[in-house]
Design a protein around this ligand. Structure first.
Ligand code: GCW
Length: 668
């Protein structure tokens, strides 16, 4: 009897194992919805995009069997751009692409088991773009998921294999499924070679693969290209020969890629060439390129990430540089601004340029790749960081002028809107290195489509599509809830164990992974060292950006500027960003600053340990391969969080000269 019982249990176990998703599912991202349920779909005639939409619906249908679904082009005024309307038996849109997006949305809601209802969905931004920091030799700047899926001089030169093409198609499909409609194929630290004939030929081949999925191709360009690959002596934007060179080049590009999107430019930033090399302004440089692109409908995304060696607080420089240029740019130029005024830190206040520029459109740049958030070693869900940025109130036109409203056209009533995310994609089998880094790619796309979506909803969607079967079981619900909890707390945990209370850029030089608050080197620029940012001394710690200090607070509108300026009203999450605070200062918790700092670091470490325990309990809920990968990475994260805490507390203790409280774990 006992034997039979045992056999039944073994058989049941085998059965459950068999229904678990397989490890290859990492490759399939959130697109595992194949089904055998029959549906009949009729479309408005044949075209590559409509045929794709129909094929996707047939492949992933999880709705009522034997239904007849209608795709139709409609001029319903409620539908905007590539938006769509879903009904029980129809998808309508103004454009064919809208039908494809509607198809993906319908499939997603079926898979997630959300009830079918009639609704319209319009994109928040008209351009939703990935920026690849891929170099032409196949390496990726700040990439943690292998080598480039586009380039690779040493391996295969400019040749293109069938495998490459399949990869590009899979890439395009994944992007389209979440609404991304543009890709910048190369690093903003751009090689001029990208504009040479053989590279443009390859760009054409890539564009052909991306086009059916509605993804436009863009390129990062080097401002000195006319000198580096042309025969010109200078790249002065006011020189007619230089202007002609760009016009000819743009013409050549459009002959190959008729729907080419435009240029992304990093100029006069971190050693890159730019118009200032010739005594010209950013406007002169951007407008020259804009004029060349305009006849073809192309745009210029001009980056605002500029800062120079000077005694001026680095976080103030971009605003000072660009605000006087507001309104002087051509109509097809948009300013691309990182979410914070410094550089993709675990937490920054929003960039004051979002609320500052009134005439020139501004687009947010988020970093999906985890340069400052643990690379592909750490589980950090970035959606909450972006949500926080988008929801910040700039007070540009009074209350409610959020970063989202300043950039999505709702304040300025423009259709020329865009958002960019620095991609975390490489040729690793699972695309992003860490399985959970896929969630950041997914979240970027979802927020770019709808900047009001909540991170907890995005997380739930991603978890179910990535790990779970469409038919929910009891164990699934437990897994989903646990993992959502981990994801939702992960970014705050990272802030706590790396840089709590507004600390920033105390990273080790170069790799930006571990701590080095001690890093200071007289031979390099002050703003490239950590001590510059935390300014710890025997009195206290933090960067004084108040009206008595660098006065960065006044780059924000009232009443925010005064709120940030005063120690008692400045939100504690930004305390040491804006204030040099005495060690004995009492925080809202009642603790003095030193004690609170210790508790925050400790809280961060303990959070990661709790993630480990939660994850361990999920053994058996998903395939072994992804389970073990995440388990092992959480171990690394937990160890490294402790290194952060110990390093920072022991270093800062030299200044605070206070005891580390005995109720937290002592540094080892
Ligand atoms: O975040 C910093 C990175 C650089 C990057 C630069 C930028 C592409 O450390 O690697 O260069 O910003 O955004 O231009």
């Amino acid at each position: 009897m006992a034997y039979i019982k045992r056999m039944i249990i073994v058989a049941l176990l085998m059965l459950t194992q068999a229904t678990l998703l397989k490890a290859e599912d990492g490759q399939a991202l959130w697109l595992r919805g194949n089904s055998n349920i029959k549906v009949t779909v009729s479309g408005p005639g044949h075209s590559p995009v409509v045929d794709l939409a129909i094929a996707e619906l047939k492949r992933g249908w999880h709705g009522k069997p034997d239904m007849v679904l209608n795709l139709r082009i409609s001029d319903n005024p409620a539908i905007k751009g590539d938006g769509f309307q879903l009904e029980e038996s129809a998808i309508s849109a103004r454009t064919e692409l809208g039908l494809l997006y509607g198809a993906y949305e319908l499939l997603r809601s079926q898979y997630l088991g959300s009830p079918a209802r009639r609704f319209v969905s319009n994109p928040s931004y008209s351009r939703r773009i990935l920026n690849h920091w891929d170099n032409l030799d196949g390496s990726i700047e700040r990439g943690y998921a292998g080598r480039s899926i586009f380039w690779g001089e040493k391996e295969n030169g400019l040749s293109i294999t069938e495998q490459d093409k399949e990869k590009w198609t899979a890439y395009a499909r994944a992007n389209a499924s979440i609404g991304i409609n543009g890709s910048v194929l190369n690093n903003v630290n751009a090689s001029a070679k990208i504009l040479s004939k053989p590279y443009l030929e390859k760009v054409r081949a890539i564009a052909e693969r991306l086009r059916p999925y509605g993804i436009k191709t863009y390129l990062s360009v080097n401002f000195s290209s006319p000198v580096l690959i042309g025969k010109l002596k200078k790249a002065d934007p006011l020189d007619p020969q230089v202007q002609q060179w760009w016009k000819d080049k743009v013409k050549e590009i459009y002959a190959l890629i008729p729907d080419f999107g435009g240029f992304l430019v990093k100029a006069n930033s971190e050693g890159q060439p730019g118009p200032q090399d010739y005594g010209r302004t950013h406007v002169d440089g951007a407008n020259m390129m804009a004029d060349a692109l305009e006849p073809f409908g192309g745009i210029v995304m001009w980056r605002a990430f500029v800062y120079n060696p000077s005694p001026e607080d680095r976080t103030k420089q971009a605003y000072k540089e660009f605000l006087p240029l507001d309104g002087a740019f051509r109509k097809n130029v948009i300013l691309q601004v990182k979410n914070g005024p410094l550089d993709f830190q675990p937490r920054e206040p929003f960039s004051p340029l979002f609320g500052g520029m009134t005439k020139t459109p501004v687009m947010p740049e988020f970093q999906i790749t985890q340069e400052y958030l643990g690379g592909s070693k750490q589980l950090v869900f970035l959606s909450t960081l972006w949500e926080e940025c988008l929801n910040n109130d700039t007070f540009k036109n009074g209350k409610g002028s959020t970063v989202a409203a300043c950039t999505d056209g709702s304040l300025s009533k423009t259709d020329f809107t865009a958002i960019a995310g620095v991609a975390n994609i490489g040729n690793d089998v699972n695309w992003t290195g860490h399985t959970f880094a896929q969630a950041n790619w997914y979240a970027f796309g979802r927020l770019a489509w709808n900047n009001k979506l909540e991170s907890k909803v995005i997380a739930a969607e991603w978890i179910k599509q990535t790990f779970l079967d469409s038919k929910e079981k009891k164990t699934d619900a437990k897994f989903a809830k646990t993992v959502q909890g981990i994801m939702m707390e992960s970014r705050e945990a990272a802030v706590d164990y790396m840089m709590p209370l507004g600390l920033h850029h105390i990273f080790a030089e170069g790799h930006h992974y571990g701590p080095a608050p001690w890093f200071s080197n007289d031979k390099i620029r002050a703003d490239w060292t950590s001590v510059y940012y935390h300014k710890a001394d025997e009195q206290g710690i933090g960067f004084d950006r108040t009206r008595n200090g660098s006065d960065a607070v006044d780059q924000y509108h009232e009443p925010l500027s005064s709120k940030l300026n005063s120690l008692s009203t400045c939100p504690e999450i930004y305390l040491l960003w804006f204030h040099h605070v005495p060690w004995s200062y009492r925080l809202k918790s009642g603790n003095d600053l030193w004690t609170e700092l210790c508790l925050r670091y400790d809280r961060g470490v303990n959070k990661v340990r709790s993630f480990q325990k939660d994850w361990d309990r999920m053994d058996g809920a998903i395939d072994k391969e992804r389970f073990q990968e995440v388990q092992s990475k959480l171990r690394t994260q937990s160890r490294d969080a402790q290194i952060w805490k110990d390093a920072c507390l022991l270093y800062f203790q030299q200044f605070s000269k206070r005891e580390i409280p005995f109720d937290i774990e002592r540094p080892v």
